[in-house]
Design a protein around this ligand. Structure first.
Ligand code: BYC
Length: 366
């Protein structure tokens, strides 16, 4: 059960714990009240020392809301992100490719579950967050509103989408909220594997026929700009970055990570033998980075607002799966409740009650 008052009980906990520290001196019980500003100072000191904020620690309500917002959006992205690639499981070109794709899509489900669990530590249940997603009150990554038109897209998603996710998520391993950072460590390991499998798939195709090479280039052309948009709006149009950086929820800005991704991807594209669809893409000796053109931010905002090519389809599919899975969740809950009753502590067998004594006698008689 999630405690909807997690925040207030966290405050209570901290107040009680701190009160207990100086409580019993010479048999006199002293009560100490910590006021809000002391709690804020402790929170600021933890953030300043780059230590973790844990679920039971006091935190400003806005911090809690920001973490829940970002973690929920991240969790939703993992789960909705299963759809574009899942689309190709039944049409994978070989048993090997099918097994790889199945495993990858399952990994994404696992990532979603770690993240929903992290949000749950702050009092936001998975049910509540999923209902918000379905009602359009919470977002998921814009990238998953683009269609997968060819099996080749599985490789491109692995290379570019998981690649962008790694660039974004490796710094999140050090995010200030403990459960989120710890979840990211395993997620990043798996995403690195996903990225390599995507790159390997595309490399295999590039060594194939002209038609396969053309398919890779066509797929990369479609995914390049949406991949750059995954990092969010430009810094001067990002309302959350400044505060999230102050709180250590984010450790890099959207533009910093986007640049890192471009710098990392260009040599990989060269090794693969494809180009990115950007005539402005060139090395800038002075900056020590690649220059690139401005993504179409109107398109980005339109997709984020629900008008991308697949928004309706993605959310409708998620709703269908959620509704059709209700009986499974109910059954799992009933099973867990029954198991908890069954494994509840009983009387010691050395002092049998009338009931157990009867059973033992019956068993002996069999
Ligand atoms: N798409 O102030 P900003 C994966 C929203 S899945 C949609 O910069 P923030 C995978 C933003 O939420 C991994 N919306 O926000 C799975 C905000 O709106 P609200 C996905 C976006 O939070 C399956 C508004 O725009 N990764 O790897 O400071 C298969 C203003 O933005 C997007 C994550 O979720 C977007 N791209 O920074 C394969 C990473 N960008 O919420 C692979 C975790 C922005 O105020 N998230 N918005 O209404 C983050 O790191 C940050 O939330 C962001 C945005 C950098 C994305």
């Amino acid at each position: 059960m999630v405690d909807p008052n997690a925040q207030s009980s966290a405050v209570q906990n901290l107040k009680q714990r701190t009160a207990r520290k100086g409580a019993s001196k010479g048999g006199v019980v002293m009560t100490t009240q910590i006021n809000e500003s002391e709690l804020e100072a402790q929170f600021a000191a933890t953030i300043g020392a780059k230590d973790r904020i844990e679920p039971r620690d006091w935190m400003p309500e806005k911090y809690r809301k920001t973490v829940v917002r970002q973690v929920a959006q991240h969790a939703h992205s993992e789960i909705i992100g299963m759809q574009p690639e899942g689309n190709w499981i039944s049409r994978a070109p070989s048993l090997r490719r099918k097994a790889i794709l199945l495993a990858k899509v399952q990994d994404e489900a696992g990532h979603g579950l770690y993240l929903y669990s992290a949000a749950e530590t702050l009092g936001a249940s998975r049910d509540e967050l999923t209902e918000k997603l379905i009602a359009g009150k919470q977002k998921y990554s814009s990238i998953f509103n683009y269609p997968t038109l060819a099996y080749t897209d599985v490789g491109t998603i692995g290379w570019l989408v998981d690649g962008a996710a790694i660039v974004n998520q490796v710094p999140l391993c050090r995010t200030s909220f403990g459960p989120y950072g710890r979840a990211m460590i395993r997620v990043c390991k798996e995403e690195s594997f996903h990225q390599r499998q995507g790159y390997e798939l595309l490399m295999t195709m590039m060594r194939g026929t002209d038609e396969q090479r053309a398919s890779v280039q066509e797929s990369v052309n479609r995914f390049w700009w949406p991949a750059l948009m995954m990092f969010g709006p430009p810094d001067d149009d990002s309302p959350n970055t400044e505060q999230s950086m102050e709180w250590g929820i984010k450790t890099h800005t959207n533009d910093e990570l986007r640049q890192k991704f471009v710098d990392m991807s260009v040599p990989q594209a060269e090794a693969l033998g494809v180009t990115f669809p950007d005539e402005g893409l060139k090395w800038n000796e002075e900056r020590g980075h690649y220059d690139f053109s401005t993504p179409d931010w109107d398109e980005f905002w339109s997709v984020v607002k629900g008008n991308g090519p697949c928004n309706d389809q993605r959310v409708a599919h998620r709703k269908r799966a959620w509704d059709e899975g209700a009986w499974v969740r109910d059954a799992a809950l009933a099973f867990a409740e029954n198991s908890a009753v069954d494994s509840a502590p009983t009387d010691s067998p050395e002092t049998p009650t009338a009931d157990t004594a009867d059973t033992t006698a019956e068993e002996a008689a069999k």
